[in-house]
Design a protein around this ligand. Structure first.
Ligand SMILES: [Zn+2]
Ligand SMILES: [Zn+2]
Length: 128
């Protein structure tokens, strides 16, 4: 199938890459502030295509869903005060299961871990 609007899809991808993690609303606001107005439908459609092509990932958090372009295996830290989302790289030390580990007779293929707390910046504000 020939896909049109490649340029708009690139804009959606580049915007998401710049933002790191973004809800659909955040992405729409950013695109409309920095590029020509792209319709909601177009943004949703391109997000769907990028997801299907596995160029972006959807991450479900406690309060929202965000998209990201990073495909590396990582966890998230969400600040309960400012909402900032920080990528946490799993280290050997805190990775107790990974691909091809078996839990009973069930094979683990993905692991989603999200930490909630206070980020460094907010901690500094509270402590100072
Ligand atoms: Zn914070
Ligand atoms: Zn991430």
């Amino acid at each position: 199938m020939l896909r049109r609007n490649t340029n708009q899809r690139q804009i959606v991808y580049d915007s998401l890459k710049f933002l790191g993690h973004a809800t659909t609303d955040e992405l729409i606001n950013y695109i409309n502030e920095n590029y020509e107005n792209i319709s909601l439908a177009t943004i949703y459609r391109n997000l769907g295509i990028l997801l299907d092509d596995e160029q972006i990932k959807k991450v479900k958090l406690q309060d929202c869903e965000v998209y990201e372009t990073s495909k590396s295996n990582h966890y998230h830290f969400v600040c309960k005060h400012c909402g900032k989302i920080i990528d946490i790289t799993p280290t050997e030390a805190n990775t107790f299961v990974n691909s091809n580990t078996f839990l009973g007779n069930n094979r683990v293929e993905e692991l989603e871990v999200t930490y909630y707390g206070t980020c460094e910046e907010c901690l500094n504000k509270i402590l100072n």
